[in-house]
Design a binder for this molecule. Structure first.
Ligand code: T1G
Length: 706
């Protein structure tokens, strides 16, 4: 049968048009490859058809294999029986007509075709490495034959998307249809023009492009060396390199077989499972029970930011980067000048790095308008308060916003921990108030923590979630509590690092454990980078407010010595002038030894596993309390926050996914043992007890009690 509900063969005169129709992204779900093959066979058998076009219905070509099917033990289609193989055996030219995305198996199908034409806005790529596998449909063998091994290697190891104009330059596509052009008509015309050309230009036959390693034998080792830091603990990037190497050393069919072997090594590894989990978790965050289909987000066509500090400036840039005009309000002209200077410098740095053109910088700066009165921002669709973290001044700001902002404007606070309900209480419109917590640097970090107040309306919540997505962020919603979801779940991690120092651990040992686990930096190196004086000021303020506040004698002594980190040449580590490399410092070890002795802690030798589990289990336990209190909708939301807010290694899926790889009962047993040994801070959350009692995974944990 040449048609099914997922793929149909249409006729445009003497051209057969195969239409893949599997919304939303035409993934190669079960039935789609079979439909393509049936349609190819029908078109090749029909004498009235001279040439063929393969095109996607809806918003995209083919976005790749159906990722949901991986890891389920489904048998792979045997080599020789896949769509690409049927294309290779075909007797008529096939033109791939690409709009939206041709990714993974989608691009592999396009490379099985003889010609490729793309819409100007289309993007192509082989992003399989980003989900812990490799192009398993001939992509590692055909792309090098299409554009050369060097360029193919870069695209396959990075998984990046390639815009159509660049794809044309590289040789991935043969033509690009100008914006507004008719892709299908252009593809049909191309098919008609190529109908009689023989031999059919099969990509697999272009062996001159991969003529042995003599081309550049060292490039594979160079690539392995260049990815070593980012790809540590992972296998997929290295298997990608091996597969491309096979394209340069083996005949095509043997290269396909080698690709298959290398693919099958990866599909069920923990890294692939974790990366697939992260992919879907990042999409799950958008599902919010109270935001039902009848709730329509308010459009945000203009914004305003209160405060031109580091955060305010970064937030303003986040809007300008996506073409949304933004007013920035700062009381002091000097502070405004500094803020605008900081924004200009940030853009100038991007231009210097080549990631932004001068013209784009000018466009974005033109969208950021400094103003000096609240009245000037009254017509903005959304306003984000980003002044310093004190409730009093925030309440003053929201009182003024309540007076000047137009009806229906979103009144948002960038607070990282303060009570949203208390802020909303000074307005007459608490339904329009929510938290929009950006992470520093706000124009770079993708996470936006959206905090619901008791009175935040579903429409406001939906509007802020969409606003985040519209400015390139991953919006994750949570309830209102001290520290919200992100910082509250991270706090026990930080407490535990300090307590382990007081028990005799050294910063370099803890940092190394976290680096080896996959973090880009250890917590102490991060502290030195951010500056220890910030935390010191906060500790002094909290100690003054709360006599029971737990002091941090080691951290305080470093700060009393003026050791604020990189900016003073010494902090937890010492630094050589002009060198940001952290060097362990005996002075710090002496302070740790002295303070540990004062606390009466016997010298303790830590294993790496104990350090890792003490830090992460402390946060897992807190995340269970957060779930129990309905502050989070699901454990995967915690994971998305940790991936995008705290640099948790993506190939481990996230804090809770990683905990699931250990098992809920082992986590519970360990926390219970530490509860006996260390006291109340390790008391297991009730939610954790419940999950352990029923052997329910963190992934399957439901919010609330039980
Ligand atoms: N499989 C299954 N579902 C997918 C999917 C896929 N490949 N891609 C997207 N979806 C779902 C997604 O979960 C969401 O579902 C909806 O589609 C819209 O996606 C053999 C082995 C294409 C750039 O890695 O990068 O081919 O939340 O929200 O922002 O060698 O989706 O609506 O229920 O992301 O416009 C390789 C993955 C697979 C591409 C569109 N392909 N997808 O982004 O929409 S492996 C990929 C994306 C492979 C071959 C190998 C993006 C997108 P729901 P969305 P978007």
């Amino acid at each position: 049968m040449s048609e099914n509900e997922l793929v149909r063969l249409e006729r445009d005169g003497d051209i057969g048009v195969i239409v893949v129709d599997n919304p939303p992204v035409n993934a190669l779900s079960p039935g789609v490859p079979e439909g393509i093959i049936a349609s190819l066979n029908a078109a090749n058998a029909d004498p009235a058809i001279k040439a063929i076009v393969l095109i996607g219905a809806g918003r995209s070509f083919i976005a790749g294999a159906d990722i949901r099917q991986f890891g389920k033990g489904r048998p792979r289609t045997p080599l020789g029986q896949r769509t690409y193989d049927v294309m290779d055996a075909g007797t008529k030219p096939i033109v791939a007509a690409i709009h939206g995305y041709a990714l993974g198996g989608g691009l592999e199908n396009a490379m099985g075709c003889h010609y490729r034409i793309a819409a100007h806005s289309a993007k192509v790529g082989l992003p399989e490495v980003l989900i812990g596998i490799l192009p398993g449909g001939g992509g590692t063998q055909r792309l090098p034959r299409l554009i050369g091994a060097q360029k193919a290697l870069e695209l396959i190891v990075t998984g990046r998307h390639v815009p159509a104009p660049e794809a044309l330059t590289l040789g991935i596509v043969d033509a690009v249809v100008p914006e507004g052009g008719n892709l299908r008509a252009a593809a049909v015309a191309m098919a008609r023009a190529k109908a009689d050309i023989r031999p059919l230009p099969r990509v697999r036959d272009r062996n001159q492009q991969v003529a042995g390693l003599a081309a550049n034998p060292g490039m594979f080792d160079a690539m392995r060396k260049s990815i070593a830091r980012k790809a540590r603990n992972q296998k997929a990037p290295y298997n990608c390199i091996l597969a491309v190497e096979a394209a340069c050393t083996l005949p095509f069919e043997q290269g396909l077989a080698r690709e298959q072997e290398l693919f099958l090594e990866l599909e069920n590894l923990p890294e692939a499972r974790a990366l697939r989990y992260a992919f879907f978790a990042e999409r799950e965050v958008a599902r919010i029970p109270e935001v039902t289909p009848d709730i329509h987000p308010r459009p945000i066509a203009s914004a305003a930011v209160i405060g031109a500090g580091t955060m305010g400036g970064g937030i303003a840039m986040s809007f300008a980067d996506f073409g949304i005009p933004v007013k920035i309000l700062e009381a002091s002209p000097e502070a405004m000048a500094r803020g605008m200077e900081r924004i200009r410098n940030n853009y100038a740095t991007s231009v210097k790095r080549g990631s932004l053109t001068e013209a784009a910088m000018a466009e974005r700066l033109a969208l950021i308008e400094p103003v000096s009165t609240f009245e000037a921002i009254g017509q903005a669709d959304a306003v984000i308060e980003a002044i310093f973290e004190e409730m009093g001044p925030k309440k003053e700001v929201f009182t003024k916003l309540d007076a000047v902002m137009k009806e229906g404007a979103l009144l948002l606070s960038n607070t990282s921990a303060l009570n949203i309900d208390e802020i909303a209480s000074v307005t007459k419109r608490p339904q329009d108030v929510a938290g929009a917590h950006f992470f520093s640097p706000a124009n770079v970090m993708k996470l936006l923590e959206v905090v619901k107040g008791a009175h935040t309306s579903p429409t406001t919540l939906a509007s802020v979630m969409k606003l985040g997505r519209d400015i390139g962020k991953i919006s994750v919603a949570c309830g209102n509590c001290d520290g919200f979801l992100a910082n509250r779940s991270r706090a026990p991690f930080s407490v535990e690092t300090i307590i382990m120092l007081e028990e005799g651990a050294l910063p370099e040992q803890i940092d190394k454990v976290m680096l080896d686990f996959g973090y880009p930096m250890g917590p102490f190196a991060v502290g030195d980078l951010a500056g220890l004086d910030i935390g010191w000021a906060s500790r002094k303020r909290r100690a003054a407010e709360n006599p029971n506040y737990r002091k941090q004698p080691i951290s305080d002594r470093l700060c009393e010595l003026g050791r604020f980190g990189q900016k003073t040449g010494a902090g937890w580590y010492r630094y050589e002038k002009g060198d940001r490399t952290p060097y362990p410092d005996p002075i710090v070890a002496d302070i740790i030894r002295e303070e540990s002795a004062k606390l009466g802690n016997p010298p303790h030798t830590f294993t790496d596993e104990e350090i890792l589990r003490r830090l992460l289990f402390a946060s897992v336990n807190e995340a269970c309390k957060i779930l129990e209190e309905n502050i989070a909708y699901r454990s995967s939301d915690v994971d998305v926050m940790w991936l995008h807010g705290f640099g948790f290694p993506r190939y481990r899926g996230g804090l809770m996914h990683w905990a699931d790889t250990i098992g809920v009962q082992e986590v519970y047993n360990q926390i219970s043992a530490w509860h006996q040994r260390y006291g109340s801070r390790w008391a297991p959350a009730q939610k954790l007890r419940d999950l352990a009692a029923t052997n329910t995974s963190f992934r399957d944990a439901k919010p609330g009690r039980g």
